[in-house]
Design a protein around this ligand. Structure first.
Ligand code: GYE
Length: 339
C-alpha cells in the first residue's frame, strides 16, 4: 500500500512538472523488496525478473519524435529494463508487424504510439488474448476501447489546438485568413488539434481557414505544401499560418522567404511542440508562437510499466501539463529547453 501511494506520488509530481524542466530528473521508484518467488506471481509477473518491453515507434519524422525516442531509450537504460525498439517509418503495417513480433516473443509490456487512430482492434485483441498489457504512448486510438489497453500517457491535443487559436485571436484581434498545415492524415494529433482550433474559430467569425492540407508532420513536406499554398489563387490573402507541428512551420518559413515574404511579419505563424528549433526561429523573429507538447514521456511510461508488472493499478489516462510560449518569452526560455 505504501509503495502504491509512493508510485502515485511520483506520477503526480511528474504530471505537475510536465512542462517544467525537471521531468527527466525524477528518481526511479524504490527497488522491489521481495525476492523472486518462482511460480508465485499474482500480478502476472515475477518481481525478480528483468522486465522486457517492446516499443513500436511511429518513425523519426520530427524533432519532437527524436526527443521522444531518446527519452524512452534513456529511461529504459536507466532502469535496467530491456527495450525492444522498432521504427515503423510512419507506416501502420510496420507497427502491426512489430506488435505481433513482441507478442510472439512474450514481452512483459507492449508500448506504441499509433501512427493513425483507427484499425487497431484486431492486433490489440491478440495482445489481450496473450495477456500482454499495452500502453498507448502519446497518441490515442479510435474508437477508444479502454478494454484494449492499460493506460494512455500523453498530451491533450484538443487543448493544444485551442491554445494555438486563442493566442491567434489575441494577436490578430480576431481577423485572419489562415493557411493550415495539418499533421499525418488520420492521426490523433492531427484530428484533435484541428478540432480544438476550429472550436475557437467558431466563436470568431472574422477568422477563417482558407487553405488546409497535410504536411505529414515533416519539414520538407511543410515547405512543399506552403510553396503550393502561396502559388495558389488564394496565396496572396494568407496572413496567418497554423502548423500542427514546429517542423512543418520551419519548412514553411523557408517557402515564405523564397516567395519574397517575411515570416513572422507578413504571415503570422503559430505551431505546436515547443522544440528548440522553434525557439530559435522565434528569437530570429520568424515564428510567433509555439504551443508546448511534451515529448519527454520516458519516466511516466516506465513508471506505468513497473506498476503494471507489479500488479498495481494505473490511471487509464495520464496527461502531461504544458504551456504556450511566444516571441516575447523566447529569449528568456530558450536556454531552459530540454528538447
Ligand atoms: O506533435 C509531431 C510528431 O504525436 C504529439 O507527432 C506527437 C506529434 C508531434 O511528429 O511533431
Amino acid at each position: 500500500m505504501i509503495r502504491r501511494w509512493f508510485s502515485l506520488g511520483v506520477a503526480a509530481s511528474l504530471l505537475l512538472g510536465g512542462c517544467a524542466p525537471k521531468v527527466t530528473d525524477a528518481p526511479p521508484p524504490a527497488p522491489e523488496k521481495k525476492a523472486a518467488e518462482p511460480g508465485k506471481d499474482a500480478g502476472g509477473a515475477n518481481p525478480g525478473k528483468k522486465i522486457t518491453v517492446g516499443f513500436a515507434q511511429v518513425g523519426a519524422e520530427s524533432g519532437w519524435r527524436t526527443a521522444n525516442t531518446k527519452s524512452i531509450k534513456d529511461e529504459a537504460a536507466k532502469r535496467g529494463i530491456e527495450l525492444k525498439f522498432d521504427d515503423a517509418q510512419q507506416k501502420q503495417e510496420n507497427q502491426i508487424k512489430a506488435i505481433k513480433a513482441y507478442i510472439a516473443s512474450k514481452v512483459d509490456v507492449i508500448m506504441f504510439s499509433p501512427v493513425v487512430a483507427t484499425g487497431w482492434e484486431s492486433v490489440l485483441k491478440e495482445a489481450k488474448d496473450a495477456k500482454i498489457p499495452v500502453i498507448l504512448s502519446d497518441r490515442a486510438i479510435d474508437p477508444d476501447n479502454p478494454e484494449l489497453y492499460a493506460t494512455f500517457i500523453g498530451s491533450n491535443f484538443i487543448e493544444e489546438g485551442k491554445r494555438a487559436a486563442q493566442w491567434l485571436v489575441k494577436k490578430t484581434g480576431g481577423k485572419a485568413k489562415i493557411a493550415e498545415l495539418t499533421g499525418t492524415v488520420g492521426s490523433a494529433p492531427a484530428n484533435e488539434r484541428k478540432k480544438g482550433f476550429e472550436e475557437v474559430l467558431k466563436a470568431n467569425p472574422g477568422m477563417t481557414i482558407i487553405k488546409s492540407q497535410t504536411g505529414d508532420f515533416k519539414r520538407d513536406k511543410g515547405k512543399a505544401v506552403m510553396e503550393a499554398f502561396l502559388k495558389s489563387p488564394e496565396g496572396k490573402d494568407i496572413n496567418v499560418l497554423f502548423a500542427h507541428n514546429d517542423d512543418m512551420a520551419i519548412g514553411a518559413i523557408q517557402a515564405i522567404e523564397a516567395a519574397g515574404k517575411k515570416p513572422g511579419k507578413d504571415i503570422i505563424i503559430v505551431s505546436i511542440d515547443g522544440v528548440k528549433a522553434a525557439f530559435e526561429a522565434m528569437v530570429a523573429g520568424k515564428l510567433n508562437c509555439t504551443v508546448e507538447c511534451n515529448p519527454l514521456l520516458g519516466p511516466q511510461l516506465f513508471d506505468a510499466v513497473e506498476a503494471i508488472v507489479a500488479g498495481k493499478p494505473v490511471e487509464k489516462r495520464i496527461e502531461s501539463k504544458e504551456g504556450v510560449f511566444d516571441e516575447t518569452q523566447a529569449k528568456d526560455e530558450i536556454g531552459k529547453r530540454q528538447y
